[in-house]
Design a protein around this ligand. Structure first.
Ligand code: NAP
Length: 212
């Protein structure tokens, strides 16, 4: 049974990741949450939890985990400082703790557009921070997959996507399908040390990912 720590488990995508993972054979999700009050939601589904904050010490949180998913984000707080604190420094600190704990694989929920941070002025710092975290992961020595979706929606997932290292277009994708891509990426042979842009599409997820 592989224990998978999901940072940002209480988020809109994170909740779907742990829920899908709970039913996947061979895996046990551990939801990293910030507050005690967030625990019952997961306990009611028989999902283990651990209290952890990306702005605090993380070594005890990652210890004993086989794989780690970063699905957290500064979310509603779009100040540049919060973005740097969570999307960049929080991610880096989780990567450091994962290296120290010899984690087998780290899956990063990144974003499309990190190569052109100036293209959307309101997202400039966010895209720069996501890029910095991605580059840090790539040079960490950890086995990784970097998943870069377009705009996230709450539409029903269709399990069909388009995926390529560079899609050279913009678009959207349901959070549910992003969660499925992340769960599939936990397999050590899928997207090993690769980054991939994903949008809604017409190719079944498993097939789309093996063709990268
Ligand atoms: P979300 O609902 O905003 O959830 C973010 C999660 O991060 C929340 O559960 C939050 O915890 C957690 N978090 C924030 N600060 C934290 C800290 N210091 N320590 C630990 N956890 C912390 O996220 P989402 O909308 O599902 O998106 C997931 C990620 O996808 C985003 O963060 C973003 O980087 C990426 N993305 C988003 C888009 C988009 O269109 N929105 C597009 C591409 C990529 P609490 O529940 O305690 O607040």
């Amino acid at each position: 049974m592989k224990k998978v720590l999901v940072a940002g488990a209480n988020g809109q995508t994170g909740r779907q990741i742990v829920s899908i993972l709970k039913d996947k054979e061979g895996y046990e999700p551990v939801a990293m949450v910030r507050k005690e009050t967030q625990i019952p939601y997961f306990e009611e589904q028989n999902i283990s939890t651990v209290i952890g904050d990306l702005e605090k010490e993380l070594s005890g949180v990652v210890k004993g985990m086989d794989e780690v998913v970063f699905a957290a984000g500064s979310g509603g707080d779009t100040s540049d400082q919060k973005t740097v604190d969570i999307d960049e420094n929080g991610a880096k600190s989780l990567i450091d703790a994962s290296v120290d704990s010899n984690v087998e694989k780290f899956v990063m929920l990144s974003s499309m557009g990190t190569d052109q941070p100036d293209s959307i002025p309101s997202l400039k710092q966010y895209l720069k921070s996501k890029k910095a975290a991605d580059e840090y992961l790539k040079s960490s020595g950890l086995t990784y997959s970097i998943i870069k979706p377009g705009m996230l929606t709450n539409d029903e997932g269709k399990s069909e996507i388009q995926a390529k290292e560079r899609l050279n277009k913009s678009g959207k994708i349901p959070r549910n399908d992003v969660a499925k891509v992340i769960v599939q990426s936990l397999n050590s042979d899928i997207l090993k040390n690769k980054e991939v842009e994903i949008l809604e599409g017409q190719t079944e997820i498993g097939l789309a990912l093996t063709n990268i």
